[in-house]
Design a protein around this ligand. Structure first.
Ligand code: DQA
Length: 147
């Protein structure tokens, strides 16, 4: 399978940003581990990070017809972005929503996501292991539907 791994705003700071909440693993570590895991599962992962909503929308649109699944940590856009929701629904590619932190144990407004009701699965609070779990799930369950 071909999986697109998207990280949204401020996730480029993973490892140094509020480490008491997000841990000390960097995004680079996450992507390296994801590629190692993907090789073992015989799947392909393309990793993309952007702080810009429109760039994420463009990337999702470009995935149409060439990706089987999306794993997305939308960062703060989780709680604000109708555009990212519409892009994911527009391309019709199944997606898994990942959050490093337990968004339900934080500010009340983090409990609402514009994506969760359309996601195949929502993972939060597992730390960066959430990406590992999502990739494992994607390899098993996001089979080629999008050809
Ligand atoms: C996050 C949770 C969001 O509320 C926050 O804005 C982030 C990261 C997480 O991975 O826990 O940027 O998506």
């Amino acid at each position: 399978q071909r999986i697109l791994l998207i990280n949204g705003p401020n996730l480029n700071l993973l490892g140094t940003r509020e480490p008491q909440i997000y841990g000390s693993t960097t995004l680079n570590d996450v992507v390296t581990q994801a590629q190692t895991q993907a090789a073992g599962l015989s799947i392909q992962i393309e990793a993309f990070q952007s702080n810009h909503e429109g760039a994420i929308v463009d990337k999702i649109q470009a995935a149409r017809g060439n990706k089987d699944g999306v794993i997305i940590n939308p960062g703060a856009f989780t709680h604000t972005s109708v555009a990212i929701r519409d892009a994911l629904l527009g391309v019709g590619i199944p997606f898994v929503e990942v959050h490093v932190s337990n968004v339900h144990a934080r500010e009340q407004w983090r409990r609402h996501s514009y994506l969760s009701d359309k996601a195949e699965a929502v993972i939060c609070g597992l730390g960066v292991f959430g990406y590992t779990a999502a990739i494992d799930f994607a390899a098993k369950h996001m089979k080629v539907k999008n050809v």
